[in-house]
Design a protein around this ligand. Structure first.
Ligand SMILES: O=P(O)(O)OC[C@H]1O[C@H](O[C@H]2O[C@H](CO)[C@@H](O)[C@H](O)[C@H]2O)[C@H](O)[C@@H](O)[C@@H]1O
Ligand SMILES: [Mg+2]
Length: 267
């Protein structure tokens, strides 16, 4: 077991140290003590130009399956994607998943918590499509009970998108909240967050009684970092944080994180 101080690490160089960082050594030594919560976009998967253009490496599903087995099933995906989308990304795996930033849950026993769109939200989605139609490159992503406006391909429209989504948030009311992310502004159900998702998983088997390790790359992941650390767990942010982070360490890139996960799976 590593000394407590060694559990804090910061790799910004891409050095080999990230391949076997102390946090993962703790999981390798005592897999029965830990629960792992993994974000998808920008963490497990490289970011792509559009939401649909992401690529799942062929070996990733098997890697996740092996880690889940090693952790006694205490591995969950915690994502801004919808639960259905995340599930279809990894066909054949039936991992516990939190979707829509925590508003949708599939627990290890298969029980489901869904978030539903309302007629008002559906009308708003159509409105957003119409309002952004002239902004070439801006994409509206319909996620069921959430909607995202992406400007990765049209950074010149960032302010237009921000203003449009702020007005949309006022229009739809307090049941939805703005969630900013990497070149995206979303409206997500206000009732939950990634932090709520982690604390809910930890009340249920096989997560209950374990220490959480949360790994993510973006503002939305800070909620699970805070919960994880407040419950005696740990947090890692992938990439160079451009905003304040409560994670105690960073891993420089998606490939380096996957290297660390391979080390865990092969231990
Ligand atoms: O919580 P995550 O699993 O990280 O999901 C966050 C959002 O990811 C997606 O958007 C981001 O990734 C896209 C594909 O790489 C990229 O084109 C976009 O610029 C990013 O913001 C997804 O489309 C959103 O619905 C998720 O909330
Ligand atoms: Mg992410």
């Amino acid at each position: 077991m590593q000394a407590e101080d060694d559990l804090t690490f910061r790799d910004t160089t891409g050095s080999d140290r990230a391949k076997d960082p102390p946090l993962f050594a703790a999981l390798i030594d005592q897999p029965q003590d830990w629960a792992l919560f993994l974000d998808i976009d920008g963490t497990l998967l490289e970011l792509a130009e559009t939401p649909e253009a992401i690529v799942v490496p062929p070996d990733l599903p098997d890697l996740l399956a092996r880690i889940s087995l090693r952790l006694g099933g205490a591995l969950a995906l915690v994502t801004g994607r919808s639960l259905d989308f995340a599930s279809q990304l990894f066909p054949g795996l039936s991992l516990p998943i939190a979707g829509l930033h925590g508003a949708e849950l599939r627990l290890a026993d298969g029980s489901l918590q869904r978030a539903e769109a309302t007629p008002a939200l559906d009308a708003l989605k159509a409105d957003l499509q119409a309002r952004s139609a002239g902004w070439e490159g801006v994409l509206i992503e319909d996620k069921g009970a959430a909607v995202a406006a992406h400007y990765r391909q049209a950074p010149q429209h960032q302010q237009d998108v921000e203003a449009m989504m702020e007005a949309a948030a006022t229009q739809i009311g307090a049941k939805w909240t703005l969630q900013r992310g990497k070149m995206v502004v979303e409206l997500r159900p206000a009732s939950a967050s990634k932090g709520h998702a982690v604390s809910t998983f930890l009340k249920h088997p096989p997560f209950a009684g374990r220490k959480p390790l949360a790994i993510g790359d973006d503002i939305t992941d800070e909620a699970m970092f805070r919960v994880s650390r407040s419950l005696g767990g740990r947090a890692i942010r992938v990439g160079q944080p451009v905003t304040e982070t409560t994670a105690e360490g960073t891993i420089a890139s998606v490939p380096l994180l996957r290297d660390a996960l391979r080390t865990l799976a092969e231990a």
